[in-house]
Design a protein around this ligand. Structure first.
Ligand code: COA
Length: 151
């Protein structure tokens, strides 16, 4: 499906929140936290390029530290799943991190979240360890992943 990937603005935060709230396995943040990340981090949105042009179908967001970026969330709206949209978001995020001289992208994910783990592994993130019972409600291990750039 044709989508355009672009940086989010503050106007996109309500649509980002609406997509995030529908995904129970996503990380859940407040609008203030997203507003802050739009200003100080990297938030990319996937926007439909045909049909209902302009409709947001997914997003990825990350904190961008000096050498290390951390992915905080990646979510695609239910009706757009399995059409390659998360792939496009991840490709663009990785490209930006590389072009801004990041050395690593890290993230953590619930052990049972196989769609997300499949996505990260496809984009060559490697499992670096786990934190036992890191998540609550329900309690679950976190798997830590990292993608290191060779320079
Ligand atoms: C994870 C998520 C973002 C993937 O979005 P998507 O647009 O459907 O993913 P894509 O179609 O781009 O698929 C990319 C790759 O992800 C993996 N993947 C996606 N859905 C999968 C599934 N249901 N089962 C296993 N692997 C899956 C595959 O490796 C896939 O590559 P392939 O199509 O070549 O097999 C989506 O399932 C989602 O929004 N989940 C809920 C939110 C969430 O849990 N986010 C992670 C928070 S840490």
């Amino acid at each position: 499906m044709p989508v355009a990937i672009r940086s989010a603005g503050l106007d996109d935060v309500p649509a980002i929140l609406a997509i995030e709230r529908q995904a129970s396995s996503a990380a859940h943040w407040t609008s203030e936290q997203y507003n802050k990340l739009v200003g100080s981090g990297v938030v990319l949105v996937a926007e439909q390029a045909a049909e209902e042009a302009g409709q947001l179908c997914g997003f990825v967001c990350a904190q961008a530290g000096a050498g290390e970026w951390e992915i905080e969330n990646v979510v695609v709206a239910a009706k757009f799943l399995r059409r390659g949209i998360a792939d496009e978001l991840m490709r663009e995020l990785i490209q930006r991190a590389e072009s801004e001289a990041a050395s690593t992208i890290v993230l953590e994910v619930r052990e049972s979240n196989l769609p997300a783990r499949g996505l990260y592994e496809k984009h060559r993130f490697r499992e670096m360890g786990r934190r036992r019972s890191y998540y609550k409600d329900p309690s679950e291990n976190a798997i830590l992943y990292a993608l290191r750039f060779d320079r």
